[in-house]
Ligand binder design. Sequence first.
Ligand code: BEZ
Length: 327
Amino acid sequence: MSKFTTFAAVAFAVLALPFSASAQDREFRLGLITPPVHVWNQEVAALSDTLSEMSDGRFTVVAFPSGQLGSETTMLQQLQTGALDMAWLTSAEITNRVPAMGALHAPFLVDNIGDAAKVLRSDVAREILGELPRATGTVGVCYAMTGMRQLLTQNPVASAAELDGLRFRITPAPPIRTFFEMFGAAPAPMPLTQVYDALANGQIDAIDMDHESIINFGYYDHATYMMETNHHLFGMVALVSGRVWAGLSPEDQTILRDAIQIHCDRTIDRFVEGEDAKLEQLRQVEGLSITENVGPEFFGDIVARWDAEWAEQTPYVQRMRDLVADF
Ligand code: BEZ
């Protein structure tokens, strides 16, 4: 080897070293609709640390909270094109592309959050994630949740008949729309980020919401009657862009999968452990009147009618009902 060749080889190696190290370093951009105070956002911050540890400092996560990157629908499109690396989106959003996931939103599928956790950790639910790459261009790594959903109204409601005609804010998702239409409400689909103002300015009469968000946003400022219905579980899906995923080595895919799974599990555990305390916190809110233990009977035959309609869209409705029958 000539002196020049040796020099060139050494120079290349020296120059290439920092380059190849930084080429592997990666700050994944992760979008969410929830605000920084939400459990999801706290777990995403912790995910960044876990990923960094597991990848010897090569990987971190930067979060874009509160719908900074747009609605969940927009974020899903960004994942599909690879413009966004990761997102923690509601299972409700995914139902727009994957009807099977509508089965997770079956009314009164479970009547407590512990069973909701079991559903989200079940093989049947995981099977549905298998449809995501084709339908959304994303990899669904795992589920978590934001608790059970309740009804918050501006006026007292004594019977299901009184829900008729109410303008109800719902998360934009077909299975949720079906439920509200079945009791005659006028569903108003809108992203989480618009709900507080819509309540404050009287654009809507009522909302479908979980304890965590009711507390975080203080919706009881403008809707002072709550029915503790637990009428459906509200899932989250931790997503990675399929394009981004395909660009990772199998080893790095495993690191991502394992790290994300840890924080899906922690999120579920935190919701299960915290749900009663959140209800207790809501009981202490001055001016908020809570009717507890409102069961499926309040809604008459709606559960059977919802099942009949959604069973035509996906066999998972029956499979979910069969699953919980064994709990
Ligand atoms: C909602 O659309 O109601 C929602 C979305 C994410 C977390 C909590 C609630």
